[in-house]
Design a protein around this ligand. Structure first.
Ligand code: P6P
Length: 327
């Protein structure tokens, strides 16, 4: 079944037409981005620009190329009133739009991996537009307001994984037909896991509950957990989340002494991935609260995030609660 056929069957109600148009154009953008990445080295697109994005991160040539591909494709949908992108400081208002939707996206997540040929992705989130000329505040909606969330993974194969609020489904690009086909119906995250993903080099900066959790994982059968754990760190959130959707696990980018609000961005990384993970039976917390219930303070706001297999997320949230009660 192609993604188009799947969406025709599954999109119902007031949003069916608009979301079909948006997701059809997301699909086009993802195909173009996959080609731009595949051919990056040949086209000389692997370098960095002498510009920085709002995050103070050096922009890669492909960051800008992929951003422009995504913006251009979504403008064609005719349903988008405005967009926010990791690569653009201000909201992008769509002129003369009768669009009913807002798009929040990170066009090339993990872009520092591109020139070392490690998987990268695109992350996107769809919100209802409550204003045909959306201002910044119109984007500041909690993650529970998302209508659609999804990611593209440019890995050993190119995939699109998305939720419209009724479970999570994965589609793989058949390069012979240039069609996305349903390969991962109704993805469910195992409730338990023995695999965690965190950047261990930040250990000394973490708060006590995170150190405590990781210490127990490292103690394995010789400690409280009485089982050995495995570790992964790809430094590409999309790759980590996809692995967790397929085989379980925990992904952690907590707040620490270096970055009080963590590293990842709420609107176009944490919220869409949290919506997907919860729809697949997992959990997603800042340590203190459910990510999807955060009321955003800014369109590029950073947030601590701990997501994955439900029973591990509940355990880690419990460690944070104990720490809070001890204060
Ligand atoms: P670090 C990529 O830059 C990213 O935003 C996520 O995709 C990834 O999980 C994280 O940052 C990697 O961070 O500190 O390990 O480079």
């Amino acid at each position: 079944m192609t993604m188009t056929e799947f969406l025709t069957q599954h999109l119902q109600g007031e949003h069916a037409t608009g979301l079909a148009a948006i997701l059809g154009n997301v699909e086009l953008a993802v195909k173009k981005i996959a080609t731009a990445i595949d051919e990056g080295a040949i086209a000389g697109n692997m370098g960095s620009l002498d510009s920085e994005n709002i995050q103070g991160e050096v922009q890669k040539t492909l960051d800008v190329i992929t951003n422009d591909i995504f913006v251009e494709a979504l403008l064609k949908s005719g349903c988008v009133a405005g967009m926010i992108s990791e690569e653009v400081i201000d909201p992008i208002q769509v002129a003369s739009s009768n669009g009913q939707y807002l798009l929040c996206f990170d066009p090339l997540d993990g872009s520092s991996n591109v020139n070392v040929n490690i998987s990268v992705g695109t992350i996107f989130s769809v919100l209802k537009a409550n204003n045909i000329k959306p201002e910044l505040n119109d984007f500041l909606q909690a993650g529970t307001q998302q209508i659609v969330a999804g990611y593209a993974l440019y890995g050993t194969s190119t995939m699109l994984v998305l939720t419209t609020g009724n479970g999570v489904n994965g589609f793989t690009l058949n390069k012979k037909t240039n069609q996305f086909v349903l390969t991962h119906p109704n993805m469910q995250i195992p409730q338990d896991t023995t695999e965690f993903a965190i950047n261990m080099s930040n250990y000394r900066f973490w708060q006590e509950p995170v150190q405590h959790y990781i210490d127990e994982c490292l103690q394995g059968t010789e400690g409280e957990r009485d089982k050995d754990f495995n570790m992964r760190w790809v430094a590409s959130m999309v790759a980590e989340v996809h692995r967790i959707l397929v085989r379980g696990g925990v992904f952690m980018y907590p707040s620490d002494a270096k970055s009080k609000m963590g590293k990842l961005r709420l609107m176009y990384e944490a919220n869409p991935m949290s919506f997907i993970v919860e729809q697949a039976g997992g959990g997603s917390t800042t340590g203190a609260q459910r990510v999807l219930e955060i009321n955003p303070a800014g369109i590029h706001q950073r947030i601590p995030i701990i997501l994955g297999s439900k029973n591990e997320i509940d355990r880690i949230a419990g460690y944070h609660l104990v720490k809070k009660r001890k204060r």
